[in-house]
Design a protein around this ligand. Structure first.
Ligand code: BDP
Length: 694
């Protein structure tokens, strides 16, 4: 169905002229001989599949051209042979230039006119590069791009481009909003691989190269994934991803040596424990020779970890790293470590400080196959947070960034919330770690401080729902994530537009409306939920819908401190928790002062009276009222915008999205009333515009 095919629709090319050109090209796929592996086969298969549905074509795959128009695919070595054979022509020097130093995941795409031949040359740095190039070419064709004069050279900016599944063996997904797991059912790893294969295609199409297939909270069954009993099942899944150039990781339980190994301790400095991890890891590599490594959540939210043994996180990570090292595997160690048993009366503690406080002192102590995975913000995937102060501070430690594609705090795929603009703000944030221009994106791509491993990971938003993501428009987040981390310079608008074209076809009106909805969606969601980055205010545990004081007097450390006089968390060094001082001086100073702290982050850093005047000229309380009235109204407008697409988008997807937008409009209204009423009663200040607040 169109729901299921997501952005890999490969819809029929309708423009007659393009059809002729594309048909000539794709009718003959000329392949190189150098890399004939599973990934190359997958690339060829994808071309064939797309040619069949876009052009009604059965392509011929040959090693020599059968006519004058074709697409020629291969690796750099193949290309050198071809160029030699063809003799010098106009573009050969510049192609050779392009191929120089091409990374294994990069590709070059050229249209070449030579004697009577006119063909497209697609050269990958390896079969993986070819695969990415094929998907790129297919995108161009789906968008109806003229191939004449085509001259593209691409390499991914980030090394690890990863997806984290929070799937559990019982088939549930932690923070999953699109049905049950595609990987597990009833405590077992599925034997139905077709859907996993389609997922691998989707991921590879946007350049994802690694995946951890189980939840970071590792329960009983998943703890046994690393044992000989379950490894064959894991290997089966790894095999599917391998064909698409994606390496498989597992989340592991730090207490596994006890829980499955029968040891009496999991102390990372214990010889028996070290040996156990080594043997266990050796066994894994016998089943999965290209296994990526381990993802670990330790000493966080009741998960076991090195603290139990009075060891630090470097000790914890290094014992695993040591076991993986001989095989080239890596440990991805999460920095989401904080005390979830705080006391709201004790204002000297601040959850926002935790990652930095725990990890910064350990810089330089990790083995070089350990990577720290840092959430984008210091708290937990709120609709807006400042960037984590950890980025760039640990100059001798491999670091990667973690985003959340699944919309835990951003409407749970019942509300539309296109997150690429939010991610871009994080990537573009200047840490000043190495002077001006040390943006987060340059820290995590490894270009500022040389790191052996670096990259970006994100929590997936897919499940067994027919459309993968619950809300069809939420497919744009998975797509956008891959495209953005391949090249963080891409704009949110371009990514949205590309996704819309591939997903809904090349009708400019449809594309315009869909992009309009996507681009407005994050600001709208922000405007009717918790104000000015104070965050939370959601139903405890479920994290959907307003509950302003739901977490206020609990232990999780997520407070807004609203009282009759004001609201916000004082995180300044002068009078608050001192969190602001964790940033490099330029940013620390900016956040410390109420004047220079940007409005949108004001309540994250300062506790302010309701009468405080924002840069916008409005008071805090009036800002709350205005944004909530406006946000609820705009949510209704989204519904109206979409309704113009009736008959222009197939009925299935039209209805699916309509229903979600109806629910969103209604729910936004609810948010508006709950928030406005609460602050009206707390503050006693009425709305300057005289609107009714209950
Ligand atoms: C929070 C989720 C929780 C996760 C945790 C994590 O509420 O379910 O286990 O993050 O990242 O956002 O470990």
């Amino acid at each position: 169905s169109t729901l299921y095919k997501a952005w890999l629709q490969y819809s029929e090319v309708k423009n007659p002229a393009s059809r002729v050109t594309y048909t000539k090209l794709l009718g003959n796929v000329v392949v190189g001989v150098e890399a004939t592996d599973d990934v190359m086969d997958a690339a060829i298969e994808e071309l064939a599949l797309a040619s069949a549905t876009m052009l009604g074509l059965t392509s011929q795959v040959t090693t020599e051209p059968t006519g004058a128009s074709y697409v020629r695919i291969g690796t750099v070595t193949d290309a050198m042979d071809w160029l030699e054979l063809a003799g010098d022509h106009e573009s050969s020097a510049s192609i050779k230039q392009d191929l120089k130093g091409l990374s294994t995941e990069g590709f070059v795409l050229r249209q070449i006119v030579e004697k009577q031949d006119s063909y497209v040359l697609l050269i990958g740095g390896s079969s993986k590069g070819v695969l990415y190039g094929v998907f790129h070419l297919l995108r161009l064709i789906a968008k109806g791009v003229e191939l004449e004069g085509l001259e593209i050279r691409e390499e991914p900016t980030n090394q690890l481009r990863m997806i984290n599944q929070w799937d559990n063996a019982d088939g549930s997904i932690e923070r999953g909003y699109a049905g049950t797991s595609i990987f597990y059912h009833n405590g077992e790893i599925t034997e139905h691989l077709a859907r996993i294969k389609d997922y691998a295609r989707m991921l590879a199409s946007v350049g994802i190269n690694s995946i951890a297939i189980n939840n970071v909270n590792v329960h009983e069954v998943e703890t046994r994934f690393i044992t000989p009993e379950l490894l064959p099942d894991v290997a089966r899944v790894a095999g599917v991803f391998r064909e698409y150039g994606i390496s498989l990781f597992l989340s592991v339980n730090f207490a596994a040596p006890m829980q499955v190994g029968g040891l009496t301790t999991a102390d990372p400095l214990d010889e028996g424990v070290r040996l156990w991890w080594r043997n266990t890891t050796d066994t894994i590599y016998r089943s999965i020779p290209d296994f990526g490594g381990f993802l670990v959540k330790a000493d966080s939210e009741h998960r076991p970890g090195p603290f139990t043994y009075d060891r630090d996180h470097a000790d914890g990570a290094n014992v695993l790293a040591e076991a993986l090292e001989p095989h080239g595997g890596i440990v991805i160690w999460r920095c989401f470590v904080y005390n979830c048993m705080q006391d709201w009366r004790d204002r000297s503690t601040d959850r926002a400080r935790a990652a930095y406080d725990h990890f910064k002192p350990l810089d330089g102590k990790f083995k070089d196959n350990v990577l720290l995975q840092i959430k984008n913000g210091p708290m937990d995937f709120q609709v807006r947070e400042p960037a984590s102060p950890l980025f760039g501070t640990m100059k001798q430690t491999n670091q990667m960034l973690e985003f959340q594609i699944t919309q835990e705090y951003t409407g749970q795929q019942r509300h539309v919330c296109y997150l690429v603009p939010q991610w871009k703000e994080v990537l573009d944030f200047d840490t000043h770690a190495n002077g001006q221009g040390t943006e987060v994106k340059r820290v995590v791509d490894g270009s500022v401080f040389s790191m052996k491993y670096s990259g970006i990971a994100a929590v997936s938003n897919i499940g067994n729902d027919e459309n993968w993501t619950g809300h069809t428009l939420a497919q744009a987040n998975l797509y956008g994530y891959g495209r953005l981390i391949w090249n963080p310079e891409c704009s949110s608008e371009d990514i949205a537009e590309e996704w819309a074209r591939l997903t809904f076809g090349n009708d400019d009106q449809v594309v315009g409306i869909v992009c309009g909805i996507l681009m407005k969606s994050w600001p709208i969601y922000e405007s009717y939920t918790a104000p000015l980055s104070v965050g939370w205010m959601v139903t405890p545990h479920y994290h959907y819908g307003p509950d302003i004081d739901g977490y206020e007097y609990s232990r999780w450390g997520t407070y807004h401190f609203a009282d009759r006089d004001g609201i916000g968390v004082d995180r300044t060094l002068a009078t608050g928790t001192g969190y602001a001082a964790q940033y490099f001086p330029e940013n620390a100073a900016m956040y410390e002062s109420i004047e220079s702290c940007p409005d949108e982050l004001l309540l994250f850093f300062h506790h302010l009276p309701y009468s405080h005047q924002l840069d916008s000229g409005k008071t805090v309380i009036q800002h709350i009222y205005d944004t909530h009235f406006a946000g609820a109204e705009e949510a209704k407008q989204l519904q109206k915008a979409w309704s113009e697409l009736e008959g222009k988008v197939d009925a299935e997807r039209y209805t699916q999205v309509s229903e979600r937008l109806d629910e969103q409009a209604e729910h936004a209204h609810h948010w508006r009333d709950v928030i406005n009423t609460y602050f009206y009663r707390k503050s006693g200040v009425s709305d300057a515009a005289g609107r009714t607040i209950y």
